[in-house]
Design a protein around this ligand. Sequence first.
Ligand code: ZN
Length: 428
Amino acid sequence: MIDSLISFLNASPINFYAVATLEEILSANGYQKLDAANALPTLKAGDKVYFTKNDSSLYAFHIGNQPLAESGLRLICAHCDSPTFRIKPHAEMFGDGNILRLNTEVYGGAILSTWFDRPLSIAGRVLLRSNDPLHPTTRLIRIERPILTIPNLAIHFNRQVNDGVALSKQKDMLPIVGIINDQLERDNTLLKLVATELSVTKEDIIDFDLYLYDTTPAQTLGLHNEFIQSGRLDDLSMVHAGLEALLSAKTNNATLCFAIFDNEETGSGTKQGAGSPFLRSLIERLVAVQGGTLDDFYRSIEKSFMISADNAHAWHPNYDAKYDPTNHPVMGGGPVIKFNAAQKYASDADSAAVFAEICKMAGVPCQKFVNHSDIAGGSTLGNILTGSLPLRGVDMGNPIWAMHSARETGNCADHEYCIKAFSQFFAL
Ligand code: ZN
């Protein structure tokens, strides 16, 4: 199963590719893509369908034996975006020695220093001219070979570097893409690179969403290969765990739902994020095609349960003082339920009790996380989603180290535990 996670991580350098990879796997496993712009077909028990939005979020449903109003949904949600760098328009910046840098801005809360001295490349989507100006053609692009790096400053120029250094996102973090001596190549270098990669002309390209990614593949490490290290573990490991549970699920009385949102790292406030009413609208429409009323929709929400799956912080032996004295999940200790008195997490005693019982039934251990009371901590999907869908639900995730580093580290056993717990949930 870790090999499958490693393949998924390597196939998904950026949100668009995560969704494309999910589409490929779902299609190969009997899921039919539906277009939210069309009238929904009648769906019967056992039907498997999915929708996408903006090519960067995905919503899969395995229709249950009973109407939604009777058995509700079993929802697992996660997010497919991770901190990275977005290439700005007019990105080329030439310097001495004909060195070309690209102008970028930071996406999400990256640990900037972890992006230094890595073999980076470019992935994202490109919008090409079509006959219909309202609907340009979208093509995904992933340059496989490393073509960029962000070099550190030598220690000789900054003897205090190991005492901590303030980094400017605009000055210190710009990637170098090469030495461009050829005068012809200097014009629109990036555009020409993209055009060549896609076998189109640069005049065909109207715009793009391009990001940097670390080309270093995911790998296991540790004396017993107990760890997995990769970029984007947060939150593609939870996406993968949810996917595995969905693929192995049998038709249940409840309808199973697997929702992968974009833009969690920037606050979820987009049409493809957890703050969007899109998932709610899909559920309303599914209730309607089952012949249900608005009242049936509300009943379906009351009968549903959500697992909001986003990675948690594993206890780090070098930084014990940063953790809560009695609730610091450890690597290999199983999935983590997240609590916060300020309600940044959706978990409460009711939803946590449900998830703990699910873990018990699945035969997997389960842990609890609470912030050190002097440290603010993060937020996630669950509470944002409850703004449009007031679901009972739990915020949980597997423990990892170095969240938002270019390379995060997780535990292989925890991944297996999580898939078992999710599979148990989809069987309830
Ligand atoms: Zn996350």
